[in-house]
Write a protein that binds this ligand. Structure first.
Ligand SMILES: [Zn+2]
Length: 599
C-alpha cells in the first residue's frame, strides 16, 4: 500500500496558517551573555529549582525562550550550582542551600520546586534514603510545596564523563521512586535526549549544553511548566524581550512538533523465543509507514483519543504526536526485533518545515533504527491530483537537510480508490524529471506500481541503471515480477502483505480492532504461512539478491503496537526459516543493507 496519512483539510484557513508558519531557528546562536540576564520578574516567579550546572543551563534556556515562571538565573551567579549533584545537596546549610535561600528570598511566591537529579558515575549506588534529607529541607522552607523531580537528559551519541551511563540511569530510576513514594512530589519534565549537536565542544567531559541545547531543553521546560494546566502561570509578568515569540497559530504547530518528538519510556520486554525451525538472525523491515502530524484546526488537538479520525481503510488513523509518537514507534521496532527499518517519512506541501524538522530530529535521535525515505505525496486525494509532488517541490523539500534522506518513496503509482488521483506511469513526465534528483541525492526509489506498469517500468529501469528501484504490490503477477528481476539487476521486489490470499485478514489489519486481527492471524497462522511459501519460496531462490522483506504497517494506529509487530516478526521468521538456507540472510537483511551501501 501507499498511504497518505493526511487529516482531511476541511478548513482552508488551515492552509493559510501552514503557509504563514516559519520555523524560528536562529542559525547563528548568540553567545550567552552573562551580564544581560533574560528578563522576568523574580518576585513573581513561583517555581524554584535544585540541581547542578546542567540544571542551571536548562533554566537559562527556559528564560531564553521567554519562560517566566521559574526563578531567574542571575548572570553573575551562573555557576553557583556547579557541582550540585544529589549527594551535594544532602547537607543542609552548605553553599548550595545558601544560594537556594537567596533565590527563594527574591521569589517569595515560590510554591513549587523543580529538582533535577544529577548523579556522578561513582555515586550511582545511592539510595532513596540518601535523598530524604533534601526533600525535608525543601518542605521545611516552603510549606505545602510541590516538588517536580526529573533525571538529567539522556545523551544519545556520547557519554557524559561526569555521570557515565550509570549516573543517568540511576537518576531515572530514583526519580521514579521519589515520585511514587511521596504525595507532594510529582514527575517533572523528561528532558532531551541530547545529541552531540546540543553539547558544547569546549569541555572534554561532553556534559554541558551549548546554546542550541539550552534552548531545546528550555523549550521542553516551558512546555511542561508553562503550558500544563496544572501549573498556574505567574501573573503580572512584565514584558520580556521579544525573543522566540510565536503567534498563537505558530504555537499550535510548535506544540505538535514537540508532541511528535516527546520521549516515552521503553522498558525492556522479554525477548520472544522462536522454534528451532524459525529464522533467528537479524531482520530489516523495509516497509514502515510513519504517520504525519495532524493538520486539522487547533481544536482537533483536544479530541478525545478514542475519537481518532477514520483512516484510509476504516481503522483509527495514526496521527503523530496525537495518538502515537516517534519514540513509541522506535520502541516497538526495537522490542519486536527488527533493525534498520526503511521508514517512509511523509512530507506534505502544506507543512514541509514542520515535518522536515521532525524527521531531522528523528534521525539524530534514532540514527541506527530508521533508514529515512522521503514520502513526498502530492495531492493524491484529488481527482486531478498526483501521487507525488513535482520535481521542483521535491528539490525544495530535500534542500533544508542535505543528505538526510536515503530514499524517495513509497510513491503509489496506481489509481487511487474513491475518486483520488489517476494512475501515474513510471515513465510519466513528472517522474522523468524526478529521476535525476534521485540520482543527484543518491536516493533509492520505492514505488508501488499500478496495473499494467510492467513495460514502462522496465523502460525506466533500463534508462537508469545507476538508480536502485524497489517496488511492491500485487498489481503485477509473480511471473511478471520474476521477468523484471531477471532482466534488471537494479530492480528489487518487496515481499510483504502476508494475508494468505484472504482479503478479510487484510481488512482486519487495517481496520478497527486489533484484537480481531490478532485473533484471526493466530488462528490462520499456518494457512497464511503456507500461501506465502507457495507464492515466493521458489522465486526467491531463483533471484536471491533481489528480494527484501517488509511489514507495511501504518494504516491504523494500533499497527504500531508491540504485539502486532511481534506477530508480523514471528510470521516473517517462520517464513524465512522455510526458505533455502543460502538465501535466508539475504532476504532477511543483507539485500536491504547492500541496497543502501554507500549512502
Ligand atoms: Zn504500497
Amino acid at each position: 500500500m501507499e498511504k497518505r496519512f493526511r487529516t482531511l483539510l476541511v478548513l482552508s484557513a488551515l492552509i493559510l496558517i501552514a503557509a504563514g508558519y516559519i520555523v524560528q531557528v536562529s542559525e547563528e546562536p548568540d553567545t550567552v551573555n552573562e551580564t544581560s540576564q533574560p528578563s522576568d520578574s523574580p518576585q513573581q516567579a513561583s517555581i524554584g529549582y535544585i540541581g547542578c550546572s546542567n540544571t542551571k543551563q536548562t533554566v537559562w534556556g527556559y528564560h531564553m525562550v521567554s519562560g517566566a515562571n521559574i526563578w531567574a538565573v542571575n548572570g553573575r551567579r551562573l555557576h553557583d550550582y556547579d557541582g550540585g549533584a544529589v549527594a551535594d545537596w544532602v547537607e543542609d546549610g552548605n553553599k548550595f542551600w545558601d544560594a537556594f535561600d537567596e533565590y527563594l528570598k527574591g521569589s517569595p511566591k515560590t510554591t513549587k520546586i523543580w529538582w533535577q537529579l544529577c548523579i556522578r558515575q561513582d555515586e550511582a549506588d545511592m539510595t532513596y534514603d540518601d535523598t530524604v534529607p533534601i526533600i525535608e529541607a525543601v518542605r521545611k522552607r516552603i510549606p505545602n510545596v510541590t516538588i517536580y523531580v526529573s533525571p538529567l537528559a539522556e545523551y544519545t551519541e556520547n557519554v557524559c564523563e561526569i555521570t557515565g551511563v550509570e549516573g543517568i540511569e540511576r537518576a531515572k530510576s530514583l526519580a521514579q521512586e521519589i515520585d511514587s513514594r511521596n504525595e507532594d512530589i510529582a514527575a517533572g519534565p523528561v528532558l532531551g535526549p541530547l545529541s552531540l549537536a546540543e553539547i558544547t565542544t569546549e569541555e572534554e567531559d561532553r556534559c554541558h549544553l551549548n546554546e542550541r541545547g539550552m534552548r531545546m531543553l528550555g523549550e521542553q521546560m516551558k512546555q511542561f511548566f508553562d503550558n500544563s494546566g496544572s501549573i498556574p502561570a505567574a501573573e503580572n509578568v512584565p514584558e520580556g524581550p521579544p525573543a522566540e515569540e510565536f503567534s498563537a497559530e505558530e504555537q499550535v504547530w510548535r506544540n505538535r512538533v514537540e508532541a511528535a518528538m516527546a520521549p516515552a519510556p521503553c522498558p525492556d520486554a522479554p525477548k520472544p523465543e522462536y522454534p528451532q525451525s524459525y529464522y533467528q538472525g537479524p531482520l530489516t523491515d523495509t516497509h514502515l509507514h510513519i504517520p504525519a502530524i495532524p493538520d486539522w484546526p487547533p481544536e482537533g488537538d483536544d479530541l478525545p483519543k478514542d475519537q481518532a479520525p477514520e483512516g484510509r481503510f476504516g481503522g483509527p488513523q495514526a496521527l503523530l504526536g496525537w495518538n502515537v509518537k516517534v519514540s513509541d514507534i522506535a520502541c516497538t521496532i526495537k522490542l519486536e526485533g527488527t533493525r534498520k527499518d526503511f521508514a517512509f517519512f511523509p512530507v506534505y506541501e502544506e507543512m514541509p518545515e514542520q515535518l522536515l524538522e521532525i524527521w531531522n530530529r528523528t534521525m539524530s535521535e534514532y540514527p541506527e533504527q530508521f533508514t529515512p525515505f522521503i514520502m513526498s505525496s502530492g495531492n493524491d486525494d484529488e481527482p486531478d491530483g498526483f501521487p507525488t509532488v513535482n520535481a521542483e517541490a521535491l528539490r525544495e523539500m530535500l534542500s533544508p537537510y542535505p543528505g538526510l534522506f536515503k530514499g524517495y518513496g513509497e510513491i503509489g503509482l496506481y489509481a487511487r480508490e474513491n475518486g483520488g488521483s489517476p494512475e501515474l506511469p513510471p515513465d510519466a513526465p513528472r517522474l522523468i524529471e524526478i529521476y535525476p534528483i534521485a540520482r543527484q541525492n543518491n536516493l533509492v526509489v520505492y514505488f508501488h506500481l499500478g496495473e499494467g506498469h510492467k513495460d514502462n517500468f522496465e523502460k525506466i529501469l533500463g534508462q537508469n541503471p545507476d538508480i536502485n528501484f524497489i517496488w511492491h504490490g500485487d498489481q503485477l503477477s509473480a511471473n511478471e515480477v520474476e521477468d523484471i528481476l531477471s532482466k534488471h539487476p537494479n530492480a528489487y521486489y518487496g515481499v510483504d502483505a502476508f494475508w494468505g490470499h484472504d482479503q478479510d485478514l487484510f481488512h482486519l489489519f487495517v481496520g478497527e480492532s486489533k484484537a480481531a486481527y490478532l485473533e484471526k492471524m493466530e488462528a490462520d497462522f499456518n494457512i497464511v504461512l503456507r500461501y506465502a511459501l507457495d507464492d515466493w519460496k521458489s522465486v526467491i531462490k531463483r533471484h536471491p539478491d533481489q528480494f527484501i522483506w517488509g511489514i507495511d504497517r501504518g494504516d491504523a494506529v494500533w499497527n504500531y503496537d508491540l504485539d502486532v509487530g511481534q506477530m508480523q516478526v514471528k510470521l516473517a521468521r517462520a517464513f524465512i526459516g522455510q526458505l533455502d538456507p543460502a538465501v535466508q540472510e539475504k532476504f532477511a537483511y543483507k539485500n536491504a543493507e547492500r541496497l543502501l551501501s554507500g549512502r
